[in-house]
Design a protein around this ligand. Structure first.
Ligand SMILES: [Cu+2]
Length: 202
């Protein structure tokens, strides 16, 4: 009655209780004077979490979009960190609210980390964010260090993260070929796994 793939799913679901996917949207917030931003822009993350960047498009408002996200350097605002991650530019078609792909960056350290959009003056105008800000490496200190409004510098190459289709199921893994397993039994195990995960998380 138990089957391997369902057990793997249950384990994967339980694991979700410990590692979080943190969604961050590159967007224009029209209720603000200069609307370009990442939301949220102050993030607490643990090792094993994943920062999942979404890129909003014109479907959400009047401004166009071609945002990006790059790992920054607290010492050199709106410039890339050496060997940091970079999504490349994420064009969104006119009717979509978000890009078809999301950029997932694993959190490998709890040290403060800054990210920014490399498009034009977006970074100096507020499109940046800080993960695990502390001491003199916070969103506020990064913002204070930006003294002129100028174009950001982009990394030379993309990488440091995984580009995956938007809105994929984060629970169900791909079908295991040849796995003989009733759908009902799988569902029961998934629900048990979820229940366990919720219990553990409390
Ligand atoms: Cu941007």
């Amino acid at each position: 009655m138990f089957c391997r793939s369902a057990i793997l799913v249950a384990i994967a679901v339980a694991d979700l209780a410990f590692s979080a996917t943190i969604e961050i949207v590159a967007q224009a917030a029209y209720d603000k004077p200069d609307p370009l931003e990442f939301a949220p822009n102050e993030i607490i993350a643990a090792v094993g979490d994943v920062l999942e960047f979404h890129f909003a498009g014109p479907g959400t408002g009047v401004l166009g979009s071609n945002h990006s996200v790059a790992q920054g350097d607290f010492e050199n605002p709106c410039n890339p960190a050496p060997n940091g991650f970079f999504s490349g530019y994420m064009a969104v078609n006119a009717t979509s609210t978000e890009a078809d792909m999301v950029f997932r960056v694993p959190v490998t350290s709890t040290d403060p980390m800054v990210f920014y959009c490399t498009q034009g003056t977006h970074c100096t105008r507020g499109m940046h964010g800080v993960v695990n800000g502390a001491d003199d490496q916070t969103l506020q200190s990064y913002r204070r260090s930006i003294t002129v409004n100028r174009n950001a510098v982009a990394p030379n190459t993309t990488g440091g993260g995984e580009m995956v289709p938007n809105n994929i199921s984060r629970i169900l893994p791909a079908e295991t070929p040849g796995a003989a397993c009733s759908a009902k039994a799988s569902l029961v195990l998934i629900l048990v796994g979820l229940g366990l995960a919720l219990l553990i998380a409390q």
